[in-house]
Design a protein around this ligand. Sequence first.
Ligand code: HSE
Length: 320
Amino acid sequence: MSTDKKLVIGLFGFGVVGEGLYHVLHQTPSLKAEIRRVCIKHPGKKRNAPAELFTTDKDELLFDKEINVIVEVIDDSVAAFDIVHTAFKNGKAVVSASKKMIAEHLNEILALQKETNLPFLCEAAACASIPVIRNLEEYYDNDLLHGIKAIVNGSTNFILTKMFEEKLTYSEALLLAQQLGFAESNPALDVEGFDAVNKWTLLLTHAYGIIESPENIVFTGIQNIQLTDANVAKEKSYDIKLVAQAQKLKNGKVAAFVLPQFVSHDDHLSFVRNEYNGVVIESGFADKQFFYGKGAGSFPTASAVLSDISALRYDYKYEY
Ligand code: HSE
């Protein structure tokens, strides 16, 4: 696409992330990317954008010939996959932040991408503002990637920080995470570990090039952690964090789990507080690297979606 031609976006979802993207895009005029229509589920809600932008008819976006990029940031994974599928079939590039949908449909998405030769980007689907997906995909050699451990869910990290450092109760901390737009609309997905497993599936697929399935990952959430656990940890100079970990085994397979762990104070992950995420990567020759940044919230997540839109133009030289 010539840099004079606009990326014309059809946006699905105007919640925390969608609205964030709308405002972020207004501050990046040189990207020449414009949101043409926004498809929403609930009409009539007051929104901070012109009313004529909105529709409840998905076909007005998916079959609009001028729209060349579909950005999908909804939290219904069934509807999200349907959107992705139809967008590909109609020749549009896709940017998605739907970690659950992607983790559940990795094989089908890759097949669609291959069939249509269209880009599918999802940097916002794991660790929000941290540019880790493309780095894992492009920077590291699979053979040299010894292990990764990470905090990939902002809400649980926020809740643990507030409970153990500021003495909030579990319910107070969760409510705050919801009010700040960090938690999923069903927060059980966060606290019971499902969201972390979906993100870990996605990250490991990019890291090791092996299609992982969420079912292969052993996991527990933070729902049973008590203040007394934190006191025990503190006495021994540890923090409790929900840690995702993966190790490449000699047989080429990857052992992966997501579990609450004691993290010592000299571990990089103990530095990760509140809604921040962190990823520690160990690889041959490079040794250890630490990625750190906000893992949830409107603008941090929108910034990752923006990076995908920018990648369509500058890296993929996406033509339509
Ligand atoms: N609920 C998610 C989290 C949002 O807390 O990490 C960002 O993916």
